[in-house]
Design a protein around this ligand. Structure first.
Ligand code: ZN
Length: 124
């Protein structure tokens, strides 16, 4: 018997949270860092990454959607390389344009604490 927690739901993304878009991670602990400084490892050479944290609402269910790099690239139509060229502010704008207010169906895995890890989205 295979059990997956995969589910899908339709609704709208109503907000993109801070810390979304082009971000830096600590190469040692993978934490989100700013300006090559990790609270645990001090000065490090940050690794660029893409992610989105977004508020999802369909009138019944509200949750936070988490997009990792692959899901971000796919749903926004941008690669990490392109985002690096655009810079942080322009990348965030692209994400907002692509997602906020659009009716979508999300496929992914429900996490604890009301979060939902997105694997794929479909615009409906
Ligand atoms: Zn660290």
């Amino acid at each position: 018997m295979t059990e997956t927690n995969e589910s899908n739901r339709s609704g709208k993304i109503t907000q993109i949270y801070d810390g979304s878009g082009l971000i830096q991670r600590c190469p040692k602990c993978d934490r989100w860092i700013i300006d090559n400084f990790c609270i645990v490892h001090s000065d490090v050479e940050g690794i660029w990454d893409l992610r989105i944290k977004a508020r999802f609402d369909n009138g019944k269910v509200r949750c936070t959607l988490i997009f990792k790099k692959d899901a971000t690239e796919k749903s926004v139509g941008i690669t990490l390389e392109e985002a690096n060229k655009l810079g942080e502010a322009a990348t965030l704008e692209r994400i907002k344009e692509a997602l906020v207010g659009k009716k979508i169906e999300v496929v992914g895995v429900k996490l604890s604490g009301g979060n939902f890890l997105v694997k794929d989205i479909r615009k409906v």
